[in-house]
Design a protein around this ligand. Structure first.
Ligand SMILES: N[C@](CCCC[B-](O)(O)O)(CCN1CCC(O)CC1)C(=O)O
Ligand SMILES: [Mn+2]
Ligand SMILES: [Mn+2]
Ligand SMILES: [Mn+2]
Length: 304
């Protein structure tokens, strides 16, 4: 496999300082070498550089529209280029608003892609349902075709074309939804495997049901958007919005191993590592879990 690694030091989609250092923390933990050691051909594109705009007033409560909208465009173009070069796009975050760009870029390069969103949160608030105005909790709302009529015009977001249908998305690990998100998930019929389903069916059955729902013939390129706060805070505390009762490292690795085994994994986002949060031990554990997920995405098997 060929993997194109894109660092996205984004933080304006949320309010905790430090998540922009996520890519650096993952690199310092040797993520590139760990992938190379798997026999993967790694192309490291370094970190994207975003011009900082200070004149960026909120619109309808949505914070940093200009910085985020312009960054997402750069991310989209880069991810598209990497995938068109026949490389799997591994994007290291950075906050989850970066997925506006990665999913947009993936859809521009692959007609028929589907999405597995692993997260404690649904990240599908519209600007009008968001309780915080933080775009990392709205990322999907700009991309889902069925939500188009609910999304107000946001400056610097006009270029974003909704590019995925609700039926092409599967959530795994949810355990903290806002009221607006619950309405959307239910009424749009998005496949949703919360921690309740993980406990009820086990991670293997959840994965099988997810693939049955969004990729029944196993022929669609898969986008895995992995928020480290999907994992239990005991092993992933260095993140901005931790929620107790999350996935174990084993469950996270299992998801990655199974998606890797399809041979259809085409883009991976690894987001919300914030090395400034938590103790040094918590940070090291969070980064370790994230790199193990990445290794499993690109061929590392626990069976050897
Ligand atoms: N849903 C939240 C959190 C988004 C997290 C984004 B991420 O990329 O990290 O998944 C708000 C969550 N919730 C609001 C009410 C509070 O009491 C608890 C947090 C929001 O701000 O939209
Ligand atoms: Mn989250
Ligand atoms: Mn998220
Ligand atoms: Mn988060």
């Amino acid at each position: 496999d060929k993997v194109g690694v894109i660092g996205v030091p984004s933080c304006k989609g949320q309010s905790a300082g430090g998540v922009q250092h996520g890519p650096k923390a993952l690199r310092q933990a040797g993520i590139i070498d760990k992938l190379t050691q798997l026999g993967v051909e790694v192309y490291d594109y370094g970190d994207l550089v975003f011009e900082q705009f200070d004149d960026d007033t909120p619109i309808l409560g949505l914070k940093n529209p200009k910085n985020i909208g312009l960054a997402a465009k750069k991310i989209s173009d880069q991810v598209s280029r990497v995938i068109k070069d026949d490389q799997i796009a591994l994007t290291l975050g950075g906050d989850h608003s970066l997925s506006i760009g990665t999913i947009h870029g993936h859809a521009a390069a692959e007609k028929n892609m589907c999405l597995v969103w692993v997260d404690a949160h649904a990240d599908i608030n519209t600007p009008l349902t968001s309780p915080s105005g933080n775009v990392h909790g709205m990322a999907l709302s700009f991309l889902v075709k069925e939500l188009k009529e609910y999304i107000p015009q946001i400056p610097h977001f006009e270029w974003i074309k909704p590019c995925i249908s609700a039926k092409d998305i599967a959530y795994i690990g949810l355990r903290d939804l806002d009221p607006g998100e619950l309405w959307i998930v239910r009424n749009m019929g998005i496949s949703c495997f919360t921690m309740h389903e993980v406990d009820r069916y086990g991670i293997d059955m959840v994965l099988r049901m997810s693939m049955q729902a969004i990729n029944p013939h196993g022929d669609r390129p898969i986008h895995l958007s992995f928020d480290v706060d999907s994992l239990d805070p005991r092993i992933s505390a260095a993140t901005g919005t931790p929620v107790p009762g999350g996935l174990s490292v084993r469950e996270g690795i299992y998801i990655a191993e199974e998606l890797a085994a399809t041979g259809k994994l085409t883009a991976v986002d690894l987001v919300e590592v914030n090395p400034l949060l938590g103790t040094k031990e918590e940070r090291d554990l969070t980064v370790y879990a994230a790199t193990e997920i990445a290794r499993a995405c690109f061929g590392k098997k626990r069976e050897g």
